[in-house]
Design a protein around this ligand. Sequence first.
Ligand SMILES: Cc1ncc(C[n+]2csc(CCOP(=O)(O)OP(=O)(O)O)c2C)c(N)n1
Ligand SMILES: [Mg+2]
Length: 319
Amino acid sequence: MAQNKELLLRMYERMCLIRAFEERLMELYRGGEIRGSLHPGIGQEGTAVGAAFALNADDYLTCTYRGHGAAIAKGIDINAAMAEMLGRSTGISKGKGGSMHWTDPAIGLLGENAIVGAGVPIAAGAALSAQMDGRGRVALTMFGDGALHQGVLNETLNIAQLWKLPLILLCENNLYAEMTPLAESTPLKKLADRAKGFAMKAVTIDGNDVCEVYETVGKATARARAGDGPTFIEAMTYRLSGHMIGDPETYRTRDEVAEWRKRDPILRLREHLAAKFEMSESDLNGIIERANNQVDEAVAYANQSPQPKPEDVAADVWA
Ligand SMILES: Cc1ncc(C[n+]2csc(CCOP(=O)(O)OP(=O)(O)O)c2C)c(N)n1
Ligand SMILES: [Mg+2]
């Protein structure tokens, strides 16, 4: 892990904020306050923060329905995000998008996406526009191991490499696509090998080591900005929560989850901060407390916000 204390602390703070935010979402959901479905990324905060922190403010990002973490890491306003979750008119999509469609062009977030794989060609389009306008921006797209088997992924890998698009393809390999274990959907041992088949530079890394993600994405953005084309990054990680809220999780063992809990990316960074920078338990707990306070404020903001008006039901709706 890296030695820059200020950066590590900012990463730790953001990972704690994401965890606090999503844990609160689960509570609110169980209390009947959130409608639609909810796919927490608990356990995957290392990929979200490592990736988004390696981007510039004006770089593009697309992610999946499990993208709250990436959006918060890229800098989404958590008050507006919470208002969105509670269906309020002050939400990022005026309460009409919900959990799976967070979008904020002001921070380069071109959307989460409920359709598996669909954010990838959108990011490729953004990368093409960035290549054409020559301002040195890049696009990063996050998707799951299951998404890799969608036809559009393979088409995008091909064209992105052919056109040397400034695109970073970050595959969060959390070992399952819904309830299907990886070994039942592909003979590949390393998903990075799929990208190598398209002559693309591809690496497999530890996605629960936020520093490794940050450094690898940083190198990929440098290559992309220099005109050297895309990089495929397979980040090994694990979702500690179910696929979605209400998932009975009958397809994996408790021992497996317990084993991965020991590799929780937040815990690992916390241990590193304590060991290398002599941060005390109370300093580190204070960061979690501040994250919870920020989430309290976001919930209060959302609760004070008005519901959308019935007459606005068709406004801003394009399909
Ligand atoms: C095109 C499409 N097919 C199927 C689904 C149903 N579905 C939702 S999530 C999911 C699994 C995707 O797994 P993965 O890409 O590994 O992402 P993860 O959920 O593990 O983050 C599936 C099949 C969908 N939303 N879109
Ligand atoms: Mg998966």
